[in-house]
Design a protein around this ligand. Sequence first.
Ligand code: SF4
Ligand code: SF4
Length: 187
Amino acid sequence: MADLLKCPLAERERVVGKGRAQVIIELTKGFWLTLRRLFSAPITIQYPEEKRPSVPRARGLHRLERHENGLERCIGCGLCAAVCPAQCIYLEAAENTEEARYSPGERYCRIYEINEFRCIFCGYCEEVCPVDAIILGPQMEFSKGNPKDFIYNKERLLVPLKSKGELPASKDAGSRSSSGLVASPMS
Ligand code: SF4
Ligand code: SF4
């Protein structure tokens, strides 16, 4: 500005005139764009009444999968917890017995817990799982008012059995939380 004031009057008027012309050009472009959009279909949608279908590779809320026969896929190897960069997975494995078998392997996951509040949805847990037990599903709508409700225990993560009473239910699955928080049941 100081340099402009030092300029001869003609030069100053030339610069100011150039600036004014530029403003008029940009404003005209903006108004033209607005005018064109007035007559085209809106690209916004009325969420949550209207929803766009999620893309196939979207990473949403986790779920623990089962085998076709109802047994849990998770074998409690702990790889997902080890690889998680946000350290939001806590699990404890236990031995299957003849009386109570939960997974095909020697061990199953007695406690499995994810703090979805800390999760960054990187998908590493899904990629590293050797038995495709943990999946990031398409569910994106699980906002809660209380951070405690983001603690998803095994009970909430495990997909339900196709027929009830197919397999024995784990007595202590999801009953304890590593963080001392007790998660509310899945709604
Ligand atoms: S998606 Fe990433 S951050 Fe979330 S639980 Fe899995 S490994 Fe951890
Ligand atoms: S979810 Fe997969 S990686 Fe994690 S403990 Fe179970 S089997 Fe291992």
